[in-house]
Design a protein around this ligand. Structure first.
Ligand code: SF4
Ligand code: SF4
Length: 452
């Protein structure tokens, strides 16, 4: 195992203020079990899970309550023992409605509940059994996108994984949840890497961490010492959006993921460091993925902190645990660059809730978007090589076809363009709007073709 600086750099990107000092030294604490959990069937990318419980059912912590409902989907398990009160539509962190199982929790039964699955010996169990466990445990990418992990760990025929990259960049300002997982549970991250490496047939391993996390880097170096094979802790410069899959692959391996392609096309599989720890827990301890570490932070919360909370915990419970909101003007689920505005603290956490950001009145400014002055800053900042100014003008003129011709579907919604714009143009929202229109048009065309 060695530690080395990244040999490549992607074009574009920005340097926002990081504000990680608020929580980077806050050890993870367990939140008291909430009386009610609202466990969404849509905590991952792809088809929502099919709910397999009904009101009145008694559930045990770790019991299956939602079954994966397609190739790109993931199982959902009860994060606590208790009684199902209802199954109803609830808004998720991004606002979309999905079925949620409302569980009235039983703290005593939760404390007594055993593991969801029998533990496996990762070094002896067949690769297929390890992969089946990752799928059964409902593990998905915990860095934000929520892509089902078992799908990534099973490359299609003809494709081979040469690099397993563990993503510990955590480039979003304010968030330190991954940093704390690496610092406090580096051994679990290593074991997850060993298990995934075995499933994938022995690729090289790169653990990619931004240089502003010295505590995490030291813990990883200690935990990975003595590991066999081609393993490197790759130190990345601080540059947003370093944690984006495509940009991380570029920075770590120099390879470029083609437009519209998946990372495996370049021989790479990228998994978040928290996901790696979850894989280790699923295999060695028989744990389903039912909780995660979340950063509760910002100048609008009394005691910024890192917490481990069961999936389905209402944001209000996180706020209460962190001492309550103070003079708050805006709440964001995730980080300030790619997060979602939170209209209601009744929304509950999912497997992908990396942070909850409370911004005080003094940190939130009202602005009026101005016409583009053609300064080109957004073009220089765009890490996808797009022309955000032209795209935004096209969308403003309702010319979605022009935005499509300008490759708007390649936009990763990183926010670098809006961040750089002196005219305060909400370019990222224009891109989102165009992408949603194009997706809807493509889905309608596909449905029409199928009906013929
Ligand atoms: S949001 Fe899209 S257009 Fe704007 S900088 Fe990021 S990738 Fe480029
Ligand atoms: S940064 Fe703003 S003002 Fe400058 S070119 Fe881009 S959209 Fe126009």
């Amino acid at each position: 195992m060695k530690t080395a600086k990244a040999r490549y750099r992607f074009d574009g990107g920005v340097h926002p203020q990081y504000h990680k000092d608020l929580t980077e030294d806050c050890p993870v604490r367990d939140i008291p079990l909430p009386a009610l959990l609202a466990v969404s069937m849509s905590q991952h990318l792809g088809a929502p899970a099919k709910c397999v419980v009904k009101p009145g059912d008694r559930v045990e912590r770790g019991r299956l309550i939602g079954e994966k409902a397609g190739f790109i989907s993931a199982n959902v398990h009860a994060p606590a023992s208790g009684t199902v009160k209802a199954v109803e539509k609830r808004p998720g962190p991004a606002g979309a409605l999905a079925d949620a199982v409302i569980i009235e929790t039983d703290a005593e039964a939760t404390a007594k509940a055993g593991p969801a699955f029998p533990p496996l010996d990762w070094a002896k169990a067949p690769r297929e059994e390890l992969l089946a466990r990752v799928e059964a445990a409902g593990i998905c990418g915990m860095g934000g996108a929520g892509f089902p992990t078992a799908v990534k760990l099973a490359p299609p025929p003809g494709k081979r994984c040469e690099y397993l990259i563990l993503n510990g960049a955590e480039c979003e300002p304010y968030l330190t949840a991954d940093s704390r997982v690496m610092t406090e549970n580096a051994d679990r991250v290593r074991r997850g890497a060993e298990i995934m490496r075995r499933i994938l047939g022995g690729p090289a391993v790169r653990v990619a961490v931004e240089e502003n996390k010295p505590g995490a880097i030291a813990a990883l170096e200690k935990a990975f010492a003595g590991i066999d094979g081609d393993v490197e802790i790759t130190i990345l410069p601080c540059l947003y959006p370093q944690g984006s899959e495509k940009h991380q692959i570029r920075a770590v391996t120099g390879r470029i993921v083609p437009e519209g392609a998946l990372p495996i096309e370049t021989g790479c599989v990228v998994e978040n460091v928290g996901t790696s720890a979850a894989v280790a827990d699923a295999v060695e301890r028989g744990e389903a993925l039912v909780s995660r570490v979340t950063t509760v932070t910002g100048d609008g919360i009394a005691n910024p902190c890192n917490v481990r909370a069961p999936c389905g915990t209402p944001y209000s419970a996180l706020a209460e645990f962190a001492g309550g909101a103070k003079d708050v003007a805006k709440v964001v689920s995730g980080g300030p660059m790619m997060g979602f505005n939170v209209p209601d603290l009744g929304i509950a956490t999912t497997k992908t809730t990396s942070g909850l950001l409370f911004l005080a009145r003094k940190s939130v400014f009202a602005y009026t978007s101005q016409p583009c002055i053609g300064c080109g800053r957004c073009v220089r900042a765009c890490p996808m090589g797009l022309s955000p100014s032209e795209i935004s003008r096209s969308v403003e003129a309702d010319d979605i076809a022009a935005a499509e011709a300008l490759w708007v579907m390649d936009c990763i919604e990183c926010g670098c363009c809006s961040f750089s714009c002196p005219a305060a143009r909400d370019i990222t929202q224009f891109c989102r709007r165009a992408k949603n229109s194009i997706r809807a048009a493509r889905a309608a065309a596909a449905a029409k073709a199928k009906a013929k």
